[in-house]
Design a protein around this ligand. Sequence first.
Ligand code: PRP
Ligand code: MN
Ligand code: MG
Length: 181
Amino acid sequence: TSDVANDLADILVTEEEIHAKLAELSRRIEADYEGREILLVGVLRGAVMVMADLARELRAHVEMDWMAVSSYGSGTKSSGVVRILKDLDSDLTGRHVLIVEDIIDSGLTLSWLLENLRSRGAASVEICALLRKPDAVKVEVPVKYIGFDIPNDFVVGYGLDYAEKYRNLRAVAVLAPHVYS
Ligand code: PRP
Ligand code: MN
Ligand code: MG
C-alpha cells in the first residue's frame, strides 16, 4: 500500500508536542545566549525539520550552517569513526555554536562531532537534540537542550528516516514491524 499511515504502529510524539517543546527550549536558549549571536549547525539530513522549526521559533539573530557526516563502514555505526561528507562553510573562531540534531541514538555521531567542532576555536559548542534513546546510548554526550527521551523503538518522522523515507511526517512515529521484517 502507498498509505503511509499503514506503516506506522504508533504516534510517539505529536506535532503539537514537538512545537510546544521547541518553544520551551527556545525560551531557554534565548535567555542563555542573551547578547550573543548563535551559529546553528544542523546535521544533514535528519536535523532539517528541527533546524527549520527551532530557528523560526527563536526570537534572536541566528545563522544557520550545515554538516553532513557518515559513519565508516556500511550498516554498522559501532566504530564511532565518522567521515565528513560536507563540511561547514563558516569559520567557527570565536563563534557560539549550537549543534542541532534530530536524535541521539548510540551517541557516537554527536560525541565525535562535538570534539571536532570544539577543536576549531569556537567560543562555545553546545548541543540541542529533539530526541534521545537512553537505552541505546553507548557514549554519554553532554546535551544542554533535550526534547524527549524515548524508548529504543524504530522511530521515523520529523526528519528521521527508514531507508530515506518517512522524513516528511509531521510527528515522530514508531515504524510497524511489517515494514522492515
Ligand atoms: C541518524 C540521526 C543522527 C544519528 C544518531 O543519522 O539523524 O544523526 O543517526 O545516531 P548515533 O547517536 O548512533 O550516532 P543518519 O546517520 O541515519 O543520517 P541521516 O541524518 O541522513 O538520516
Ligand atoms: Mn542524522
Ligand atoms: Mg538516517
